[in-house]
Design a protein around this ligand. Structure first.
Ligand code: FDA
Length: 372
């Protein structure tokens, strides 16, 4: 008999399993995929760690979480500094003095502020009626036209004039020459990829891959006192109130006989006519890909936004009012469900970064172990 049947070998399930196992509990982990690590899965190709489900950069200001993950991998000093490409023009992101200097030739923060304010004044928008007007009233026309418009339209699959203004509450602009995307204290990529972190978390624990909970629940549930479920909460309840919605993505990965394709890990394509939103060149997440096999090859992934329909990979929960209300109803059912804990991005229907997931899983398992 198991103390816990953990559904999902992603980061949430693995952290929960690790801590429960360490406390002497008997645990089994199942996953419907053929590999562990969920969406943080990385795989080596030509000595390059490929992020199979999109670029993953670990960043946090939570020291406890940072110290926790350090136990399972060494992290490099990678700093996320995406570049935006609009036609043949390249701009640093996030919007900062490097971006403004390239766009307008301004040099000082005062000049950059004046330029943005002048464009906002010229637009004369008092009450933005749509996303386009909202963005222009925040950063002016040039940044909007070149760096926001096409990218946002591709992501949402609709024209900016047809999207509601509230989607963009603010657009961070920084008046310093600093291309670091995140404000967090700690940031990096595990040397050797993310999969090893999950493998180490699951060391000594029984793991069954290619095992879908819904196909095997009759056989598995009687063998465990409790279930930790990190799959889709609406699927768990048979979609009884209807389906929660997601945004999906499609990845196209190519191996190229080329040493260095784009010179940066992340390049955003901000014009509407290019169908993908970004290209990831995986070797630039790690240092040391200059020697060996990987020096001659590279692996790139084009990321295409995609509508989600049942059966597709659910990447981003649509946390709008309608879906949050629906989730609230499922959450009520979850609270009444005996001996089942719902966790992770799908079980809690919430966009979580990795550091949130680690913090949530640690808090959840701590509470669980102290109650039992
Ligand atoms: P996750 O989805 O990883 O794991 C759930 C597991 O449950 C999956 O393996 C699934 O197969 C399994 N499962 C589901 N239903 C099942 C069933 N019925 N039976 C058996 N198994 C089942 N974060 C960050 O900090 N920095 C970043 O740069 C990024 N980048 C990023 C890019 C993209 C494109 C996305 C979509 C997400 C990110 N993230 C991120 C977020 C990060 O991916 C996320 O925080 C974690 O992967 C969430 O871990 P979970 O364990 O909650 O879910």
């Amino acid at each position: 008999m198991y103390d816990y049947l953990i559904v999902g070998a992603g980061l949430f399930g693995a952290v929960f399993a690790h801590e429960a196992h360490k406390a002497g509990k008997k645990v089994v982990v199942i996953d419907k995929r053929a590999h562990v690590a969920g969406n943080i899965y990385t795989e080596e190709v030509d000595q390059i760690q490929v992020h199979r489900y999109g670029a993953h950069i670990f960043h946090t200001s939570n020291k406890e979480v940072w110290d926790y993950v350090q136990q399972f991998a060494e992290f490099n000093r990678y700093t996320n500094s995406p570049v935006a490409r609009y036609k043949d023009e390249l701009y640093n992101m996030p919007f900062n003095m490097n971006t403004f200097s390239k766009m307008w030739g301004v040099v000082t923060p005062a000049e950059a502020r004046e330029k943005i304010e002048e464009q906002i004044r010229e637009a004369g928008i008092a009450e933005p009626r749509n996303l386009e007007e909202q963005a222009i009233s925040l950063v002016g026309r040039d940044i909007y036209e070149k760096l926001v418009k096409g990218y946002t339209e591709k992501q949402w699959g609709r024209r900016a004039t047809e999207l509601p203004a509230f989607i963009i509450k603010r657009l961070p602009v920084r008046f310093v020459y600093d291309n670091n995307y995140f404000n967090d204290k700690y940031q990096g990529i595990p040397v050797g990829g993310y999969t090893q972190i999950v493998e180490k978390l699951l060391e000594g624990i029984e793991v069954r891959l290619n095992t879908d909970y819904f196909t095997h629940r009759e056989e598995l549930c009687p063998q465990a006192d409790k279930v930790v479920f990190t799959g889709m909460i609406d699927e768990y309840f048979g979609y009884c109130y209807g389906e929660l919605e997601y945004r999906s993505l499609r990845f196209e990965t190519e191996e190229l006989d080329c040493e260095n394709y784009q010179g940066n890990a992340v390049v955003n394509y901000t014009e509407y006519e290019v169908p993908y939103t970004r290209i990831i060149e995986h070797k630039h997440f790690e240092f040391g890909c200059q020697s060996g096999e990987s020096s001659l090859k590279t692996v790139i992934t084009k990321e295409y936004p995609a509508e989600w329909k049942k059966g597709d990979e659910p990447y981003y929960p649509m946390n709008d009012e309608k879906n949050n209300l629906l989730y609230g109803r499922y959450k009520e059912l979850a609270e009444r469900e005996k001996n089942v804990i719902f966790g992770g991005r799908l079980g809690m229907y919430k966009y979580f970064d990795m550091h949130h997931v680690v913090a949530e899983a640690l808090a959840c398992v701590k509470k669980e172990l102290s109650d039992n």
